[in-house]
Ligand binder design. Structure first.
Ligand code: GLU
Length: 336
């Protein structure tokens, strides 16, 4: 009897100490991520250099000093600091999500064959890249390939086609998103270069809808307003094998996730992607609205927003902040 009581006490003791240990570890990890976020913010906040994109007039007028960092972990926790709730244009980062949406209906092999999954090593709106690569768009996340990918999303009407994209974005952001109409108008009035690319692609047989409709839908997808928190939330399924860590919904087939990440690793920071992967080692995508999304497979999505861009179009502060966090937390996909 005494023995039995002793055993029971011992087992519950071990259980309790284990529970406290795990609780302590979780709390410590939580504190640590928040601490690193704040350190990254403080370390980067006074970094000068870069300027807002101005080829789209709306973007030139976004306050340059805004700076926010958010992470969503694969267990659905959110950490944030700075201007995490300012709504900015998703721009090029939308290309990653439209690619994931296209993979619901078009096999990744078909995307590889008809659009391409290579690096252009050139600016995001390069026409030369199309010509040099055998008259093909090269990558789903440069302008040419993104418009071609957009044209793979089908709808009965133009409205229904774009609505599919917006609904998908809203689902992964876990809140209803909308197009910033002032931004859309600003882009639509100045997107002749993209319209020319769309027509060129159509002439080479790489458009699966009316090219100008695809360009317009693409312009709208770029004008969707998101906060840094939305962006981290949207990217979190890519860190979690395709399952959204907050809603628990499967967003993308598990075996397609590495393909999206590979495309990001190849072309995510435009012609500076090689430098980025060499120094930071995380698949990422930037947009000329000032956002960068980086994915740490199995761990978290990191989203940073700060409008001033370098020559290639990548947010200067966002690159620094993500590099800081990756180093502190030991994140690099090439390092076990
Ligand atoms: N809407 C922008 C464009 O097509 C997106 C560019 C970007 O963010 O890289 O020029």
């Amino acid at each position: 009897m005494k023995n039995q009581i002793f055993k029971t006490l011992l087992v519950s003791g071990i259980f309790l100490s284990h529970a406290f240990f795990l609780y302590g570890q979780n709390a410590q990890e939580k504190d640590n991520i928040q601490k690193v976020l704040e350190e990254a913010w403080n370390d980067t906040k006074s970094v000068a250099g870069g300027k807002n994109a101005d080829y789209i007039p709306y973007l030139a007028n976004v306050p340059s000093g805004l700076f926010g960092i958010v992470t969503v972990t694969t267990d659905g926790k959110i950490y944030k600091t700075g201007n995490s709730d300012y709504e900015f244009g998703i721009e090029s980062i939308s290309k990653v999500f439209v690619l994931a949406l296209a993979m619901q209906t078009v096999h990744p092999d078909t995307i590889q064959k008809n659009i391409g999954v290579n690096a252009t090593g050139m600016p995001f709106n390069s026409v030369i890249a199309i010509e040099l690569e055998g008259k093909s768009p090269v990558s789903p996340i440069v302008n040419a390939g993104a418009m071609a990918t957009n044209s793979l999303i089908k709808g009965e009407t133009r409205e229904e086609q774009f609505d599919k994209i917006l609904k998908y974005f809203s689902k992964i952001a876990n809140r209803p998103l909308h197009v910033i109409s002032e931004l859309y108008q600003s882009e639509a009035a100045t997107n002749m270069h993209n319209r020319a690319i769309a027509m060129l692609l159509a002439s080479y047989g790489h458009m699966w809808a009316d090219p100008l409709d695809a360009c317009d839908s693409y312009t709208k997808q770029c004008s969707v307003g998101i906060t840094a928190e939305d962006l981290a939330m949207m990217g979190s399924f890519l860190a979690n094998g395709g399952i959204h860590p907050v809603t628990k919904e499967r967003i993308l087939k598990e075996e397609y996730v590495p393909k999206v990440l590979a495309v990001m690793s190849m072309e995510g920071l435009y012609q500076n992607t090689g430098d980025w992967m060499y120094t930071v080692g995380l698949p990422a995508k930037s947009g000329v609205g000032g956002g960068i999304l980086a994915i740490v497979p199995g761990k978290m999505a990191i989203a940073v927003f700060a409008p001033p861009l370098d020559e290639a179009g990548n947010s200067v502060k966002a690159q620094k902040a993500i590099a800081f966090m990756a180093k502190k937390l030991g994140f690099n996909i090439y390092q076990p």
